[in-house]
Design a protein around this ligand. Structure first.
Ligand SMILES: NC(=O)c1ccc[n+]([C@@H]2O[C@H](COP(=O)([O-])OP(=O)(O)OC[C@H]3O[C@@H](n4cnc5c(N)ncnc54)[C@H](OP(=O)(O)O)[C@@H]3O)[C@@H](O)[C@H]2O)c1
Length: 331
């Protein structure tokens, strides 16, 4: 079968021919039809030479191993981001099963073998390309909005940027009846966000003091919930734009991994700062059931995977980037 390996240099990916893998006991082989990219894939492409990249894939069951009741060859499926985290609480061991990074092979291959519990069945109406966008970005957005205390109708949510996670959060928040304030460094992307229902849009490049506009739009109080995908360089601004007793779902590292935090703002306003790390297969099942219509910016053929990664790095996209591994758009 054909697959990609991370090279550790530029170009970042190399197409290789590998033996067709077969499933062992408890496992299923999936013929991948589509895969999607996440910002994490750029970090892994810089640090994991020899690994098959990408965490998010959807396809068709090709072979079923021993002791796997309930799955048949030909069924349409999407694969959970962490096959070892099926449900329940989070742990280091479950985190270590995340696909396409830190030594665990990913899905940018014609066939992948995963534990059967990692699979979620697809409704007929959901394309492989749409399904492939869900395991990381959509599940993360879902966890950020609904996991601990669910976002309520009429509450205001603040979203940063218009990448994969934030656009899913926009769509889920509007479906939940919330009011959405979203930022971007690009006015054309803000127009796309408005078309998806965003109530207030702010360009953080032309308006560096964007928290002031969030406060102005919320009677001086701040957002009920903020989703911070950027991290150290934005967290203090996000804190400023979040109301007393509000919450921040923090999951992003777009501006790095550490920095000075205004701890007084957290405690004096009793803000709940909650870390997010994707979610279990059970949450992916909830997301599939919600049947979102992902905003897919571009679909690349399998042979253009390197180009897809370059577009991700340039951050010119809105929403998701997808690679079609096999089949056609009608799938
Ligand atoms: N912990 C988790 O569970 C988890 C899961 C998924 C993703 N993440 C993290 O979340 C972040 C977003 O991931 P993604 O896959 O959605 O990324 P993505 O699709 O590559 O989106 C990146 C977008 O973020 C926006 N951005 C960049 N710098 C910004 C800044 N300083 N302020 C506001 N927005 C900024 C830009 O949007 P504009 O062009 O519109 O400005 C950019 O296009 C990444 O750090 C990723 O590692 C974490």
């Amino acid at each position: 079968m054909r697959a990609y390996h991370i090279t550790g240099s530029i170009p970042r990916l190399r197409l290789v021919e590998l033996p067709e893998p077969s499933p062992g006991p408890g496992e299923v082989a999936v013929a991948i039809r589509a895969a999607s990219l996440n910002y994490r894939d750029l970090l892994q492409a810089a640090s994991q030479p020899g690994l098959i990249p990408l965490s998010d894939g959807a396809g068709v069951v090709r072979a079923v191993g021993e002791g796997v009741p309930g799955w048949r060859v030909g069924e349409r499926v999407v694969i959970g981001f962490m096959p070892g985290w099926v449900d329940g609480g989070f742990s280091q061991a479950r985190q270590a099963t995340a696909l396409g990074g830190d030594g665990v092979p990913g899905v940018l291959a014609e066939t992948v073998v995963v534990p059967a519990e990692a699979l979620v069945r697809l409704p007929d109406a959901m394309s492989f390309e749409a399904a492939a966008t869900l395991p990381c970005a959509a599940v993360t957005a879902w966890a950020a909005l609904f996991e601990r205390r669910p976002l309520l109708p009429g509450e205001t949510v603040l979203l940063l940027g218009t990448g994969g996670v934030s656009v899913f959060a926009l769509q889920f928040a509007k479906a939940a009846g919330a009011r959405v304030i979203i930022t971007s460094g690009d006015d054309a992307k803000l127009a796309r966000a408005r078309a998806l229902g965003a109530d207030i849009t702010i360009n953080y490049r032309t308006t560096p003091d964007w928290p002031a506009l969030v406060l102005a739009a919320t009677d001086g109080l701040g957002a009920d919930l903020a989703v911070d995908v950027a991290g150290p360089a934005t967290l203090n601004d996000t804190l400023r734009a979040t109301r007393h007793d509000g919450r921040i779902s923090l999951m992003g590292v777009l501006t790095g991994f550490e920095g000075a935090v205004n701890t007084a703002a957290i405690l004096s306003r009793r803000i709940t700062l909650q870390g997010i790390y994707v979610g279990p297969v059970a949450m992916l099942r909830d997301v599939v059931r919600a049947a979102p219509q992902p905003l897919v910016d571009q679909v690349f053929p399998f042979e253009a995977a390197e180009q897809a990664l370059a577009v991700l790095a340039a951050a010119t996209h809105t929403g998701k980037l997808v690679i079609r591994v096999a089949g056609d758009a009608a799938d």
